[in-house]
Each structure stands twice: as C-alpha cells, then as structure tokens.
Design a protein around this ligand. Structure first.
Ligand SMILES: [Zn+2]
Ligand SMILES: [Zn+2]
Length: 411
C-alpha cells in the first residue's frame, strides 16, 4: 500500500516537474534567462516563414471596461503581412501596445457593423495618421440587405461624420493617410475569396446574428487555417467551411442568469442575447465537437472570476477538446507542429514605432480652413518671441528655416 502511495507521489512530482518545465524551462545559470518564455514581449520575436501569430486585441463586450476592449484580432503571417479582424471600441490601445509601425496596420476586415466590432476605426484612422502612416486604410467588409446597411456606406459615412477632422488634418498634416479604401463584398457569398495576395487567401461566408449582413472569415497561409467567426449563432455554413482549422475563434456567451445579475439586462433580453442571436457555451461546445479544431478559442465575454468557471462548465458539457478562453493580449503562435498560447506583456505607455514609409507633407493649394477673424485672434506678438530661441534651434537642426511660422511673426 505504501509503495502505491509512494508511486503515486512520484508520478505526481514527475508530472509537476514536467509541466513546470513545459511552461517556462529550467534556469540553470544564475546569470541566465529562462530558455522558453512564458510570455510574449511584443517586438522581440521574428515570425518564422511557416508561422502565424494571432494576438487578441479585444475580446470583451459593447460595455466598456479597462480590462477588456471590444472585439479585435490581429493576425500576422510569416511573410510579414498583418490583418486586423474587427476593430472594436477600445481595442486600438492594445494594438498600439504591440508597437507595430502604423504603415503595416492598414488592412482591416470587418465581420459586421456593430460598433463593438468597428468602434475604434477612428482611433486607427486618426491615430495612425498623426503617427506617420503614409498610406490609406484598406477596409473589407460585407454588404447588407440595403445599401445603407453595408460596409461601404458605413465607411463613407464615417468619413462624412469626421469631416471637420478630415478636412483640417488634410490641411495640416498630409491628405493621403486620411483616405479609406473600402472593398465591399456580398454577405451571402459562400466560402468566397475576398482577398488573395502574397500567399494569403481570405474567404468569407454568411453568419447569423441580429440581422442580415454579418460574415465569418477564414484566413489561409502556408497550409494553415485561422477562422474568425465574428458574432454568430451556430450555422450550417460555419460547420461546413470552418473545418480543419488550426485556430478556430468563435463567440461564446455567458449564460442568461449572469447577464441578468452582472450586466443589468432584463431576462427577456438576457436569454435572447446569449442564446438566440449569439452562441451559448453549450452551443459553442457543440460546434467545436463537430469541427474538432487544433485549438478552439472562445471570445466575447468578460473573462473574470465571476464568469469564467461557469462559461467553462457550460462549454465542457458538450466539448472536451483543446480550449482557450480569451482575454485581451492573449497570443497564439501557430505552426504545422504546434499551437501555443501565451500572454503578451505590453507597456501601457507605448509610442508609435516608425516604419520605413514617410508621409508626404501638406498638399499646397488646399482650400483655407481659417477665416481672418479667427487668425487675427492669435497672440503671435507675445508668443513668438517667447518661443523664438527654442524654435530657431529646431528649425536650424531640421533645415526648416523657410517655414510658415516666421511669416506669421513678421505680420
Ligand atoms: Zn454583433
Ligand atoms: Zn459583438
């Protein structure tokens, strides 16, 4: 009997040692570092040619919270391409913390036009514009039942609503980065190719959510497949076209009781939200049991002590395969051999990192954005002498002596 206990104890210790080793590795040298990282430090790991990295930049809900932004997944492929799938409210703070030059963050694929999936389009549009993106944004997204329910309408109207920003920034900075090139495709297209460049193919198929229009995407690269479900009730297209995924991202909602208790929703809405136009944990599990991905990824819930065990239990009622419950800045590396999950350790105080591209300056001949009455209110006679020495040095350093501020001083 004692031998059995001793054996079990030994096995327990071995397993313990093994799992610790797998997680981080042994530090053998007091001056050394852990051989395998527990965490991902943005900007420190080059992707292999045959590798994909997916960073969760938003995994939460429409209601804002510090800990989790609304939906956004960054997919990086080994050829250097980067794709943002959705850009929900608050998510750009996470994207920016990865310190990727804005010039590479110019391809956005929208699953649908709920603001928790596109609310930070303004942050990437204007933030990238001021931080040196030399090129226009490119946005792909589905059509709708009517022209005013499609992605093209949404992006055109976004620029219209931001017209003051657009016009004045164009005047002061550079016009090109303020443009949005929208590619709208038929939301009913089944497994249609919506993007094909540099060895990356992206396909779409219809999703079923709160009305016609939403889609799911699959990205194919070097024989690997990443599926981004967007918001959807389980549907026939998903189980048909999301097969053989290496990483299968699908929404999973908390049970209705938690929506009543924690989210202040009336019961008549709570059950529909979780289980009629979204996907419950049990339903998520059914989909995953059918598709058997290398890694099932659940998102679209606030991941915290009050919720995660209940959602986990709900999913485990119907699925026992590999499972990952997301929170923001979770990172997946995908190769043919393995799928790993880590957390990114990112700074809260990231600055934009320069790329190789340079913005052209303001275009001459832009229509005026100031009237004489407003310009005449400037206190140049007081301000310019005060900042003269500082600016003179700057202008000399960067060879800008002919710039406009001097003319204003001479008035
Ligand atoms: Zn939605
Ligand atoms: Zn959503």
């Amino acid at each position: 009997m004692n031998r059995v206990i001793g054996y079990l104890l030994m096995m327990f210790l071995l397993v313990g040692v093994n799992s610790a080793y797998a997680a981080g590795g042994v530090v053998k040298d007091p001056a050394g570092v852990a051989p395998d990282r527990y965490v991902y430090y943005p900007g420190t790991e080059a992707l292999q040619e045959d590798e994909i990295r997916v960073v969760v930049c938003g995994s939460g809900m429409p209601a804002a919270r510090h800990g989790q932004a609304a939906t956004c997944f960054l997919v990086e492929t080994g050829n250097g391409d980067k794709f943002l799938f959705d850009i929900g409210t608050g998510s750009m703070a996470n994207v920016a913390a990865l310190m990727i030059p804005y010039q590479y963050l110019d391809k956005i694929f929208l699953t649908h036009l709920h603001t928790d999936h596109m609310g930070d389009i303004d942050a990437i549009w204007a933030g990238g514009w001021t931080a040196g993106r030399p090129n226009a944004l490119r946005v792909w997204g589905p059509s709708g039942m009517r022209p005013d329910m499609g992605t093209k309408w949404a992006m055109d109207k976004f620029l219209e609503h931001a017209n003051w920003d657009f016009v004045t920034r164009k005047f002061q900075i550079s016009p090109v980065p303020g443009n949005i090139e929208t590619t709208e495709f038929n939301y009913k297209g089944e497994n249609q190719v919506v993007y094909e460049e540099n060895g990356v193919t992206i396909r779409s198929w219809p999703a079923i959510h709160t009305g016609d229009g939403p889609v799911s995407y699959a990205l194919y690269y070097k024989g690997m497949k990443i599926v981004i479900g967007g918001d959807t009730f389980p549907n026939k297209w998903f189980v048909k076209y999301a097969k053989d995924a290496d990483l299968l991202i699908h929404e999973a909602f908390m049970g209705p009781e938690l929506f009543v208790k924690l989210y202040n929703q009336p019961p008549q809405l709570a059950w529909r939200a979780c289980c009629a136009f979204h996907t419950s944990g049990q339903a998520f599990g059914k989909v995953m049991s059918e598709l058997k991905p290398r890694m099932a990824v659940a998102y679209h819930f606030f991941n915290e002590e009050a919720t995660r065990y209940s959602l986990y239990d709900n999913i485990r009622e119907t699925y026992d395969g590999p499972l990952s419950l997301t929170t923001d800045l979770m990172v997946y590396n995908i190769t043919k051999d393995k799928v790993t999950e880590r957390m990114a350790v990112a700074t809260h105080e990231a600055w934009a990192v320069p790329g190789t591209g340079r913005q052209p300056g303001p275009q001459p001949g832009q229509p005026p954005v100031f009237s004489k009455a407003i310009v005449d209110g400037r206190l140049d006679n007081i301000v310019q002498p005060a900042q003269k020495q500082m600016l003179d040095e700057f202008m000399e350093k960067y060879n800008l002596q002919d710039q406009d501020w001097r003319k204003q001083m001479k008035k």
